[in-house]
Design a protein around this ligand. Structure first.
Ligand SMILES: CC(=O)SCCNC(=O)CCNC(=O)[C@H](O)C(C)(C)COP(=O)(O)OP(=O)(O)OC[C@H]1O[C@@H](n2cnc3c(N)ncnc32)[C@H](O)[C@@H]1OP(=O)(O)O
Ligand SMILES: CC(C)C(=O)C(=O)O
Length: 570
């Protein structure tokens, strides 16, 4: 069978065209039982690996804006570019050193290939920098040895060793003060014993010390296997590298299989000390590991991520400006929709969870479907619940409460949900919070075009029945003033009896509640009355500065709705 022979489904035969990644022989692996208990050393590679993958690489302004953000977030190591590759990157390195006000505890890092002319230029770019990191690399993978460099392992090792010698010599001649990082690039395509041999040869040249540790960066340049494999590789390297105590083992995961974050997390458990990545995962192909997601994953496990992500909107804005790329709506922690529930059962659980959290007043965050409090990253609760045809009464109740201060009684939630469901089904799209509120007010309170209006009332003791009150009220019926009268044990009872007699429809009050209102200029209270009538039960609502008037308006509201139903039935 040739590599292009097709399976019945149309794709080539997988087993013919692709090979499974081999297992790592480390049966006594320890990482599966470890947990991440502290933040790694973070290194941002937004300005280099991120930049080299952009359609239009960053000019100075875009780099500078990103650089300030990275410093403000607390990155202590920032790879600012590849100064020997372009004038823009060279000039940016000079700007950082001469005008960048780089804090003393922040190291500038630059990348360079193991090529003498590029190394020389890199040192020119770094002249005067405070403890910069010279990051040199060459590809060590079996494939690149064969097809790119046409060299055997010995030849590839020589490239790395020669560069290490040149770099350490130049640093010594410049009076020291440099730090070094070596990457066996395409590490995940390199046999472990080869990667080890080459790294050990570099370590031998650099001779790291406790005061100047060498960063050995083990990149998943292309993510080729499941995350456990990367963890195995890192644990194996950590065990076998020479002079481990004077090394900082660094990860540089890419995301080709969509598991870059998982790979980085498992590899940290496997003993790595440092992570190189980018904000929200920009970078070659499917991107570098997303350090914001990694950091916030730690945060939600109770671990201080040592990166300040409290203003995620600024991070998003700078990301979009500097990279000229948009962030997806479902992107973890930052996407526009990641704190929003449309579906009814999620909304109900969030609504109840938020209420329970308020009552419990306990510092531990526990709200269903929200793994993080949106406010911790500078987002608000505004968008937590949005309404469409998938939504339920809990969500509608949340919106009415949160946005407009209306506490709909449970049965009214059920009733109003049907109304909203009808609209969302008809329109087939999201119903904004404002419309949900305005529809409620029109349906239950304003009732433009309604037949009956409440005008006024007074009550007095019933001369014929002890303990009873007479309610004498003024209403309008299609604009005509009418006086109605009824008896009951209070104004509500008396008024509904009066209205029942007047309309010839027996009605009674099943449930009543009211609360004060903050929303709206003159309103001070809203009352909800559930009314039963021969066809069933329904609610009315009234808003008035006088609580009794609000209740009587609510009865009129319910009566108008009964009249409507009867009119529709003919
Ligand atoms: C996985 C990564 O992300 S690594 C980072 C990669 N980043 C970039 O490529 C962005 C910046 N790069 C550039 O602007 C350019 O590639 C430059 C300026 C560095 C070099 O440009 P050029 O010399 O014109 O060309 P090019 O990149 O094609 O050079 C490839 C040559 O370098 C060699 N080479 C590639 N990487 C390395 C390395 N790390 N160490 C030593 N030699 C290397 C190749 O084998 C090839 O050699 P050949 O000319 O004998 O065939
Ligand atoms: C230079 C190296 C670290 C790199 O960018 C990669 O392997 O992806």
């Amino acid at each position: 069978m040739d590599a292009n022979s097709h399976s019945p489904k149309g794709m080539p035969e997988a087993a013919v065209k692709y090979r499974a990644y081999p297992q790592i022989n480390i049966p006594d692996r320890t990482w599966p039982s470890k947990t991440i208990t502290k933040a790694p050393i973070w290194c941002s590679v937004d300005l280099r690996d991120g930049n080299q993958a952009l359609v239009d690489p960053m000019g100075h302004d875009r780099k500078e804006r990103m650089f300030h953000l990275l410093v403000d977030m607390g990155f202590k190591e920032i790879e600012i570019g590849f100064p020997s590759a372009s004038q823009t990157d060279f000039d940016f390195a000079r700007w950082c050193i001469e005008h960048g006000s780089v804090p003393d505890d922040v190291s500038l890092q630059v990348l360079v290939q193991c090529r003498p002319e590029l190394i020389t230029r890199t040192f020119e770019a770094l002249d005067g920098a405070n403890k910069p990191i010279v990051h040199f690399y060459n590809s060590t993978s079996e494939l690149q040895r064969r097809v790119v460099f046409a060299k055997d392992v010995k030849g590839i090792k020589e490239i790395a060793v020669d560069a290490a010698k040149m770099i350490t010599d130049m640093a010594a001649k410049a009076g020291g003060g440099y730090r070094f990082e070596y990457s066996p690039e395409s590490f995940t395509g390199t046999e472990l014993d080869v990667a080890l041999e080459i790294c050990n040869a570099v370590i031998e040249v650099v001779k790291p010390t406790p005061d100047n540790k060498l960063i050995i960066n083990l990149p998943s340049t292309v993510e080729m296997a499941t995350p456990n494999i990367y963890a195995d590789q890192i644990e194996w390297m950590c065990r076998n590298l020479d002079n481990r105590e004077n090394l900082i083992i660094s990860l540089h995961p890419h995301n080709d299989r969509g598991t870059g974050i998982a790979a980085a997390e498992l590899a940290l458990m496997a003993g790595a000390d440092r992570v190189e990545g980018t904000l929200f995962g920009n970078g070659e192909r499917t991107g570098n590991v997303d350090v914001v997601t990694m950091a916030l994953n730690m945060f939600t496990q109770g671990v201080d991520p040592e990166l300040d992500c409290s203003n995620i909107e600024r991070m998003k804005e700078v990301f979009e400006y500097s990279n000229q790329m948009a962030i997806g709506e479902r992107h973890p922690y930052v996407g526009e929709l990641v704190y929003t529930a449309f579906s009814g059962s999620h909304q109900d659980a969030i609504n109840k969870g938020m209420k329970a959290a308020k009552v419990a007043n306990h510092p531990v965050w526990e709200v269903p479907y929200l793994p993080i409090d949106p406010q911790d990253v500078g987002r608000t609760y505004e968008a937590i619940i949005r309404i469409n045809s998938q939504s339920g009464k809990g969500g509608i109740a949340y919106i009415m409460q949160q946005d407009y201060g209306l506490n709909l009684p449970r049965n009214l939630q059920v009733e109003y949900r049907e109304e909203i469901q009808r609209i969302t089904d008809e329109e087939g799209k999201e119903l904004p919070s404002r419309r949900i509120y305005e529809h409620f007010i029109e349906r239950y309170v304003t009732q433009s075009g309604a037949r009956i209006r409440f005008v006024d009332h007074h009550t007095f003791a019933d001369p014929e029945h002890k303990g009873q009150r007479v309610v004498a009220a003024e209403i309008t019926d299609n604009g005509e003033v009418k006086r109605i009268e009824g008896r009951g044990n209070g104004p509500i009872d008396g008024f509904i009896n009066a209205l029942s007699i007047y309309l010839g429809i027996p009605m009674s009050v099943e449930d009543y509640s009211e609360h004060s209102l903050q929303h709206g200029s003159n309103a001070s209270a809203i009352s909800y009355v559930e009314t039963s009538y021969p066809g069933g039960k329904l609610f009315g609502a009234g808003i008035n500065t006088n609580i009794v008037a609000a209740s009587l308006e609510a009865i009129v509201s319910a009566a108008n709705r009964v009249l409507d139903i009867q009119a529709k039935k003919g």
